[in-house]
Ligand binder design. Structure first.
Ligand SMILES: [Zn+2]
Length: 70
């Protein structure tokens, strides 16, 4: 029971403290609608949840990235 997950964690990407509600009831990141590829990418690079600012940034990068075309 005392094995509390980091509720007030620091974002592993920008080091900003943020509150992830994933272990509570609802997290803002639920609204981000990340696709599986991005989730896997996040999981590969970071050990935890990122703050909303970083999620938005990363999502923007994915959207802007060329998808396979030269
Ligand atoms: Zn961040």
């Amino acid at each position: 029971m005392n094995e509390s997950t980091a509720i007030n964690a620091a974002c592993p990407r920008c080091q900003q403290p943020f509150h992830c509600g994933a272990s509570d009831a609802r997290c803002d990141c639920f609204d981000m609608k990340l696709d599986d590829a991005m989730r896997q990418q996040l999981a590969a690079h970071y050990s935890g949840c990122l703050c909303l600012a970083c999620l938005r940034e990363l999502k923007q990068q994915v959207l802007e990235a060329p998808s396979g075309k030269t």
